[in-house]
Design a protein around this ligand. Structure first.
Ligand code: FAD
Ligand code: MLT
Ligand code: ZN
Length: 470
């Protein structure tokens, strides 16, 4: 692609559209847009543009398209696969100023939100009408609704409400040439052709810039009970998870932390887990690492009896259990799961391998993957946690002293996942991190179809040109 230089004429044009305060060129001002949350992916950009509404976004894209300037769309920059930062000198289009929340449509239980609204703001906005957003994740204060749709984010409530794609009932986006496509009526039944919302969900900024999203909302479930369960083996945790899934109708979250990650987060928090014990550093029983589950039930009326009965059902598998009902006590249990990501990043720069396994292979994978990692990089430390209720394991790998592990680790783990019939990306996407492995899950015919869709909507290849499509 021949790119016109970002010259004074283009800067004048962009400044005329969004105002001088929102065209950033000073490296000190653009630095924060050029490095990802994990610090693994860092680049540089000549230009950050921050439009304030859809019309400005369309005009900006039209100018950038005329100048053939490639663009990385960026929301909260909490993505974990290197897809939100300019690694090849692209411009960055930040959506953070697209932050208008329309009034909640209480008759339809829906809301239209600007792409730059943070999840936390969306949650507070929905809660003011007694409703809730179906997706929740620990990056809620920064992650944006547009970024969450673009990555089809998962989080802790997928087993109840589905991932972000399942929340989308309407979408507005700006295509690479500046065309606006808008379908925001939010009709539950609407079979009028291709579903652009579904297509843009998981497109990782490669097909269009999402400017507004209409979300389906859910009734709040204010009564909660949370259990932390300790297990001697991953296999026991997986068996118990299956029972909890079928016995607890109000199951809201079912999360796992395996031994290495539990040891790290406990050290980070300065608190030992209230149930179960951590082995010493050399602990690895022949049966594999110990495991903890967090099971949360949520309903309109107290779900503690339902959760308690299910915990009794798995009594023979559980080493020890703690149940909490009041918010502060529940939060103390959740801390051992919610702070794992932060604890790992405080320890170094991990490689994050976010995978799904079929239920029948989950325990085998959890027990087997440390050996796969160490066979590739003997000094690397695998740390496992994730959304066990969805079969989703986060394999984070740190090198010695917190350095990055060998790149070959990624390939070895992802090949192992594919061999067991799993997905190499459960919820974070492909980004730039997993480009080389996408073929493990997608056939040549599928990749050709991806390419055809990309060329139809972005023929010049301006939108996130180095992401998702190998
Ligand atoms: P960004 O990081 O800015 O961008 C992510 C991708 O989307 C990029 O490819 C970007 O180009 C594209 N994009 C962003 N906005 C738009 C837009 N408006 N239009 C088109 N493309 C766009 N993820 C999960 O799925 N589940 C979790 O449980 C989870 N927990 C997390 C916890 C922590 C502590 C952190 C740091 C991250 C976590 N994530 C999780 C990852 C991350 O929060 C999600 O991927 C989130 O959806 C990214 O939103 P964002 O606004 O930060 O997007
Ligand atoms: C999580 O579930 O905590 C997130 O997906 C973040 C991570 O993988 O570190
Ligand atoms: Zn996750």
């Amino acid at each position: 692609m021949s790119t016109r230089a970002i010259d004074a004429g283009l800067i004048d044009e962009l400044t005329g559209i969004v105002g001088a305060a929102h065209v950033l060129q000073d490296p000190e001002m653009t630095a924060g847009y050029s490095i990802d949350w994990t610090r693994r992916f860092a680049g540089a950009t000549p230009l950050v543009i921050r439009p304030g509404d859809t019309a400005e976004t369309a005009a900006v894209m039209s100018s950038l398209a005329a100048a053939r300037v490639p663009v990385v769309p960026q929301g909260g920059n909490t993505g974990l696969v290197g897809g939100s930062v300019p690694l090849a000198g692209e411009a960055v289009l930040s959506t953070r100023r697209l932050n208008v929340c329309e009034p909640v449509d209480e008759l339809a239980s829906q809301v239209t939100l600007g792409a730059g609204v943070t999840l936390a703001d969306a949650q507070a906005h929905a809660a003011s009408s007694g409703l809730s957003v179906g997706v929740d994740l620990a990056a809620r204060d920064s992650a944006t609704i547009g970024g969450m749709v673009a990555t089809n984010a998962g989080g802790i409530n997928v087993l109840r409400y589905g991932a972000m794609r399942a929340q989308v009932v309407g979408i507005e986006a700006v295509l690479a040439d500046g065309t606006v496509v808008s379908h925001l009526a939010g009709l539950e039944k609407d079979n009028t052709g291709y579903d652009l919302g579904s297509l843009l969900a998981g497109s990782e900024g490669t097909l269009g810039i999402i400017t507004q999203v209409r979300l389906r909302l859910h009734p709040t479930q204010p009564e909660r009970a949370t259990a932390l369960l300790a297990f001697e083996t991953a296999a026991d945790a997986v068996s118990a998870a299956a029972v909890l899934r079928r016995s607890v109708a109000s199951l809201h979250a079912l999360e796992a932390v395996f031994e290495g990650a539990m040891a790290l987060v406990s050290r980070h928090l300065g608190v030992a887990p209230p149930v179960g014990s951590l082995g010493d550093e050399s602990h690895r029983s022949p049966a594999g690492d110990r495991a903890w589950l967090i099971a949360e039930a949520a309903a309109r009326s107290d779900p503690s009896d339902e959760l308690g009965a299910a915990v009794e059902e798995v009594d023979d598998l559980v080493v020890d259990a703690a149940v909490a009902l009041d918010p502060a006590a529940r939060q103390r249990l959740w801390a051992f799961r919610e702070n794992v990501t932060e604890a790992i990043s405080a320890a170094g720069i991990p490689h994050k391998l976010d995978v799904t396994l079929p239920a029948a292979r989950l325990a085998e994978f959890v027990d087997g993957v440390p050996d796969v990692v160490r066979a590739t990089d003997p000094d690397a430390q695998p740390l496992l946690f994730g959304h066990l209720g969805d079969g989703n394991v986060h394999v984070n790998v740190l090198g010695p002293g917190g350095a990055e592990p060998a790149d070959e680790v990624d390939d070895a783990v992802l090949r192992y996942v594919a061999e067991l019939g799993g997905s190499i990306s459960a919820e974070h996407g492909i980004g730039t991190a997993k480009l080389a492995q996408l073929h493990l899950n997608r056939s040549k015919a599928e990749l050709a179809a991806f390419g055809a869709i990309k060329r139809a909507l972005d023929p010049v290849g301006l939108l996130n040109p180095n992401v998702l499509l190998p």
